[in-house]
Design a protein around this ligand. Sequence first.
Ligand code: FCX
Length: 435
Amino acid sequence: MSKLKDTLYQKILDHRKRTTKLLKESGDTVIDEVKVSQIIGGMRGIKSLVTDISYLDPYEGIRYRGYTLQEVLSKLPKAEGAEMPYVEGLYYLLLTGEMPSKEEVEELMVTFRNRRIVPRYVWDVIDSFPSESHPMAILSAAVMSLERESHFNVKYKQGLNKMDYWDSTFEDATNLIAKMPLIGAYIYNKLYQKGKGHRYPDPSMDLGANFAYMMGKDKPYDDVSRMYFIIHADHESGNVSAHTGHLVASTLSDVYYSISAMINGLAGPLHGLANQEVLRWLQGLRNQMDGKLPNEDEMKQYVWDTLNRGQVIPGYGHAVLRKTDPRYTVQREFCLKHMPDDELFKYVDALYKVVPDILREQGKAKNPWPNVDAQSGVVQWHYGITEYDFYTVLFAIGRSIGVLSNIIWDRALGYPLERPKSVTTDMLEKMVGST
Ligand code: FCX
């Protein structure tokens, strides 16, 4: 057994006792109440999921296993000369709650390296898509096509003990994480770098550096990839992509079905696709300005025009956060260091100065502050990834690490099939006494 798997197993054995005790001694304790506005309003704020992998505080932002993003970025081991840590180390941290040593990460890198090979039929699936297809649709189908590789399914058919579900799920999850960057880069090269061919991974490189290599990008794009995959990895369990992955996995569908579904949820403009929407929206402003940087009044006008058309300002607002997203801040700091004179970064910076006040004045959005998506496309654009349809694929590769870690733990703790109860409007009216 690898060090990671061994550590994980010990953690699982300890944790099972806590879950059993909670259920046995406090199963009937009331934790939350549900209001009509929450039932009609997308279940905002109802405490009804449990995960120990990350927690989202409305004012502080995300913590992974108790660590802030800044702590994660400074404490996880890094490659020689790298600014951002190994993505492989994040998987170790999310799964075990322990900050890995460099040796532990190196062992995991070997594990990933040995599982990278993508079967030929997956390339065929990708190649068969028309070139106007959205890269998220291609990614979803490519992951789905891998389903026949599931160890969990084979074992389940053979008669698997419930206590062992986590083990083959771990094998499937690790296999999929190892392959996701290759699939993502292949989709990019097929759609946007025709004729250049696809670069296969370099065995000496870590996941982030390899992704940059396969995309044909020089330094510091290796650090951009590491940063990007790490900050997008998890955002507790109620967001659409994480929740979809968990929900589908709760039926004991394998990780390929679950992650394909996760990708489909992430592909909506109110969720992951917002990062491409930000770029599209900024390009609209840029075209309108004929390339010159708008002044504050022109910027304000563009924001108001968008709102007056009944549209949202992409990259702003959040269902849980009530402050600037620390994932925005991490990327902003990277931009200030590496690309302070970038034209689009200046747009983003200028927007930060006007949008929160306008959203407050409009009085609808509960959170007027920027989220992760307000910054992320600009970084990609700067390094030559100008095909913004592709940005959510990068989000999906990162998010799969958190969602897969959660699914392994769901199986380890025996979380059941998810099945909330619905009521009819008639019933609701009777319950509130309005008929
Ligand atoms: N611009 C304009 N209006 C906004 C807004 C924004 N950025 N954010 C929220 N609002 C509006 C909502 O549309 C809603 O209007 P309504 O009453 O007419 O339906 C009202 O304000 C209340 O919404 P609120 O409770 O603040 O926000 P929700 O939890 O319903 O929605 C999202 C949260 C993120 C969907 C919303 O803020 C939004 O649409 N933002 C723009 C898209 C975006 O950036 N999404 C990415 C979010 C995230 F980081 C991610 O998942 O990647």
